[in-house]
Write a protein that binds this ligand. Sequence first.
Ligand code: GAL
Length: 907
Amino acid sequence: MKLKIALSVFTLFPFFGALVYGQNLNNTRQKEQLNQGWKFYKYQADETPDNLIYDVRPEVNEYKDNIPADSKPTDAVKVQADKSVLKSWILPSGNDFIKDPAKRYLRPVGNPGEQFPFVQKSFDDSTWESVQLPHDWAIKGPFYEGWDTEIGGGMGRLPVQGVAWYRNKISIPQSDKGKRIYLDVDGAMSYAMVWVNGKLAGGWPFGYTSWSLDITPYLDFGKENQIAIRLDNPANSSRWYPGAGLYRNVWLTKVAPVHVKTWGTFVTSKNISAKSANVNLNIELLNQSPQKQIVSISTEIFQLGKQGEKLQKVASDKAVSKSLDANTSTVVKTSLDIQNPKLWKVLPQDGQNLYIAVTQVKSGNQLVDIYETKFGIRDLHFDAKKGVIVNGEKVYIKGVNQHHDLGALGGAFNQKAARRQLELLKEMGCNAIRMAHNPPAPELLDLTDEMGFLVIDEIYDSWEKKKTPLDFHLIFPDWYEQDLRALIRRDRNHPSVIMWSYGNEVGEQYTEQEGTELSRKLNAIVKDEDTTRPTTVSMNYAKPNMPFSGVTDVINLNYQGEGIRNGAGYEGLKGITTPPLYTAFHDKYPDKMIISSENAATLSSRGEYLFPVTNLSSAPAKDGSGADPKTMQVSAYELYSVEFGSSADKVFAATEQHPFVAGGFVWSGWDYLGEPTPYYLARSSYFGIIDLAGFKKDRFYQYQAHWRPDFPMVHILPHWTWPERTGLTTPVHVLTSGDEVELFLNGKSLGKKRKGQYEYRLRWDDVKYEAGELKAIAYKNGKIWSENSVKTAGNATKLVLKSEDKTIRSDGEDLTFITVQVSDNNGIMVPKAKNRIRFSIEGPGEIVATDNGDPTDLTSFAAYQRNAFNGLCLVIVKAQQDKTGVLKIKAEADGLISGEIPIKISN
Ligand code: GAL
């Protein structure tokens, strides 16, 4: 096992070695990454897994996961509990998050599973696969094809289901004796149960929660120790691709018996002005020693640099003394003033300012813990008429919904890939993310802090009522309090997080009192943890006159604001139908802010233009109208939506007509794995503004035009290579941040058009195709603002590679993304090219995955061969750990000149 020390005081103070502030640090906190050295085994389809199950699950018979997303959730099925399940040993792991001591769980006697070979030190796992975390066991496929498959389109057609084991050996030196040692898991999908040296230490069923186990009692100090983690990820358990495995970082944290609890600090600020800010810290201290301890606590605050380094000290407090009885905890409160605070800012402002509070705990004279809390200072207000106000300025929410997967990398968290998603969204003008519908990897919130996105942190897609037969409604009754409190404690110091959402379109919306009561209970838990941020749940059904809609601080509406299955083109569709409801909600709740937490659900496949084109500004995608059942692609004219959705045009108009709406979140920013509405046989969604590979769809420019009105741009669609359409009507639509556009075809003006009120594209619907060049000149206030053109491509002749980085680090995590374009002689992309591309790599690195953004492509993401999709293909590359040199990535295709690109490796 190789341990990497991250975030520890040693890396932050390299020159001081183990001595800081004249203190010996050997006894203070160490947080070590435990991502290397894992062995992995998954039961094959023909094997019967062990019966070390968390709980009995209902049988699933006739279930199909292609039902519409807004179908009514149903009641849970009752099952007979079985005495031999391990649930009673796992429930105590959540005790820290149960407020009422009487409701905490006692560990039963006995040690289930101890005879099972996989948990034993002596078990020989040398034939098991060696893996590095974060690891998603399903992402390489193969994809399931067809209608009646174990995992269908809904969950992304990848083999997420089943039981698997991870094992790792950790050496714990004798010198650690006396410390408490925690295993910190940022996320395990799902139903994790942990054995240490053959003893069942605990676990956590909900796959999206971060959790921590005190494994000290089970460790052998001065020896090698065996960790074994069992996961059991059910089929029929999600409406999207959940990923599978230890898919986020895992850590070992070593602390003295007296220490700050995991996520034990809460920083809030008040009286914020340019001159000063008052920062308050609650610090939860734990004494796990058998004696009473007199401890003293002090905190210093530093400005945080871009690389995470501490800059100048801006405040410090006087040490406070506390007496702590054996095995008790206490909350110490402190208050510090910061002069001339540098406030945290929201995009598009740059230079997000962050601080770090460094809390020292001494027991007697001995420094026993140093706990660091990153935070930001910002003044937040929520106004029913004005919306979100940050540092005194209104910030209109230009948001998107994001699922947790990273496309071809699956659920396995990777910071570079996550940053790439955010960078593109930022370029589009997006300033907010809704974490749909579950807690993200903690590092994603570090990125949103650093980049300046506002975040709605969300936890559940279902409560007691279910959306799929084995979703997390099964554990909700036992775990809702623990999961909810864990989320808030983990994420409450992130300045980017502005709101807690504890539900998305839950079935309880459909009940009157019962669902309202449950919502109140959840709301009270959130308030008990944090009163500085508002609560919300997203509603696609509950109406203003239903008690359910009045529980939370903020009204989050999914699709209801614009109206559901409402307006020209949408009449007569079956399902929830709702007139536009912004005004009705505003009238009923005049003091509550309203957000459009989900809107649009527009569908499209990048580069697929289908004819004829609707003359409406929004229409449902149907076979033969905006969608092609033969190719399973949806038109990229960006006018077609799911039945309950709308085009961006319709959403923009509806929100502009209701200026009290604080803004909204598009469904969805990027395409994601699973939920391939309207073509169930596909693997990934059509909802994204950006496709699964990270290539921009035309819609990107529609949002950019609207969200960045000061950024000069104009974009033309479709592409202009239609040899089979010569003389045929081929509508041309232009997206611009200007107000007027003149369009030219082969130098001939097709007229100048001006955007009317509530118009968000300019349409030349009668253009007869002729090869050549289409050019758009955009104007703003009568002056030329931006120009762009599209040209007819010739035959494909070559592959052109472009990398997002010239150099990558060999730290085992860094990646780069290389786009391969099928080009004609002049370097113009051949827009319908589907050439088979073969990839190879030379040098100390590997091709991690390939993709092309085609939702219907069932080629494994691990394949080195893939068809281009409409001219483009993506290859993701990584360097071997600790190596240097140069990688050469080559792309070849029959009949085309191959392309090659070098990538330098640094360490
Ligand atoms: C919503 C749901 C999302 C997604 C979306 C598009 O109803 O909240 O999770 O399913 O529809 O289908």
